[in-house]
Design a protein. Structure first.
Length: 426
């Protein structure tokens, strides 16, 4: 309370001096006002820092005293800071959540919750997530509240069905989104839980579970065995790409979206700027700028000239998108937006090159990942039709029909189709 009074008094003093100085009407008064304002800001900053440091020290002393006075809870495993601490009694399978203020300590207890390991217990700035994989429960919360979410309602997922399967350790990935507004840069921390053992993806933010879903049909889960993860995770701007090389599945997590695709469902990727397509790669062809994104990452000049040959001539950039064309009539495409700004980029602005470079680099990362996925799907399809086929499993006519479909879908070129056809006909 004292610190608030001091800060309020300083603010009133500054405004009083400003009001008084404005009536003098000379340069001396203006300089005096500026000096007073600067000194006032410095004083406020120093007082705030001192108060925060004093409060932190007091909270840490309270925590230390509480730990010494209490012996009924094993506190050897914990996460948190001086404002909020989570203790895990691994023997009793119990959690104690401690909220600390300069006046008091509040404790809450959770029973029958097993501590997983450090990688599945995350804490940052008063927000925490702890995932118990055996029961698929997520403990999440902030300074003042917590909730345990049982991720049990996902269609087809049953704990007992997978109990004999080798578990693959889950993992938390952090997606830090960024958006430029007129005056500030807005950022958000999104946590993505990947549980391959259950084919599960969960997305949490601000201490709450936002949503969870299965990225793979659970009937296919037992086919993946072993302890090694087959998921690769890459960030591209405000998107996180999770690619499962075993099931050939792609999951895209964004600020307000998520999508899951089979590799074979993706037939084309395009980079579009201001409505103009600068690059296209499909199952049958590549048109536009360089295929390898690394070539475009050689500094501002290289990036600005990267995908588009006439970028330097543009005065304004309104949108920068990566479009994914899908093999589906229900959802024909998915568009990822990399123009992470509330207003267009104008080449007259000093920040143009830096912002454009950042956005284009993110778009290139997404484009390259999707290009690799297209090549992977094409290679998988080609290998499938070139493998020897037992006479009793299918006829030559059936195999020719499959080849024809792959050609129509654009997975096989005319030359590849003719080569495989010749092999079948002997």
């Amino acid at each position: 309370m004292k610190s608030k009074i001091i800060l309020s008094s300083l603010v009133l003093l500054v405004f009083s001096l400003l009001a008084g100085g404005s009536s003098k009407g000379d340069e001396e008064a203006v300089v005096t006002i500026i000096i007073v304002v600067v000194v006032g800001v410095i004083i406020i900053a120093i007082i705030t820092s001192v108060v925060q440091s004093r409060n932190k020290k007091k909270r840490l002393q309270m925590i230390e005293k509480d730990e010494q006075d209490s012996s009924d809870f094993n506190r050897s495993v914990s996460i948190g800071d001086d404002r909020c601490k989570l203790y895990f009694d691994t023997a009793k399978k119990r959690v104690m959540i401690m909220q600390i203020t300069t006046d008091d300590i509040t404790k809450k207890y959770i029973d029958n919750f097993e501590y997983p390991d450090k990688s599945l217990a995350r804490y940052k700035d008063g927000i925490y997530y702890v995932y118990e994989p055996t029961s698929r429960r997520l403990l999440s919360g902030n300074y003042g509240s917590y909730v345990i979410t049982e991720i049990e309602s996902l269609e087809g997922v049953n704990k007992s069905d997978l109990s004999t399967k080798d578990p693959i350790s889950p993992s938390f990935k952090q997606l830090r989104t960024k958006y430029y507004s007129s005056m500030t840069t807005e950022s958000r921390n999104i946590y993505v839980l990947l549980d391959e053992h259950h084919g599960l993806v969960a997305v949490a933010e601000q201490g709450k579970l936002r949503y969870a879903f299965n990225y793979i049909n659970v009937e296919r889960l037992p086919k993946k065995v072993g302890l090694e993860s087959t998921i690769t995770v890459k960030g591209a701007g405000n998107y996180l790409f999770a690619m499962d090389s075993f099931f050939k599945m792609l999951v895209i997590i964004g600020k307000n979206m998520h999508r899951s695709f089979n590799y074979s469902d993706i037939i084309e990727v395009s980079y579009i700027e201001n409505g103009d397509t600068m690059f296209t790669k499909s199952t049958g062809r590549t048109i536009g700028g360089a295929i390898v994104g690394g070539v475009l990452m050689g500094g501002a000049g290289a990036v600005v000239g990267g995908l588009s040959g006439d970028t330097k001539k543009k005065k304004e950039v309104k949108n920068m998108d990566v479009k994914i064309l899908l093999r589906s009539t229900e959802e024909t495409s998915c568009v990822l937006h990399f123009m992470e700004s509330s207003s267009p980029l104008n080449s007259k602005d000093a920040s143009f090159n830096a912002r454009y470079e950042e956005f284009l680099k993110n778009a290139n990362t997404a484009k390259d990942l999707l290009s690799v996925i297209i090549d992977d799907a094409k290679q998988t399809a080609t290998q499938a039709v070139t493998q020897p086929v037992a006479p009793q499993s299918s006829s030559v006519a059936d195999e020719l029909a499959k080849l024809a479909k792959l050609k129509v879908d654009g997975i096989l070129t005319e030359e590849e189709f003719q080569a495989q056809k010749a092999k079948l006909l002997g």
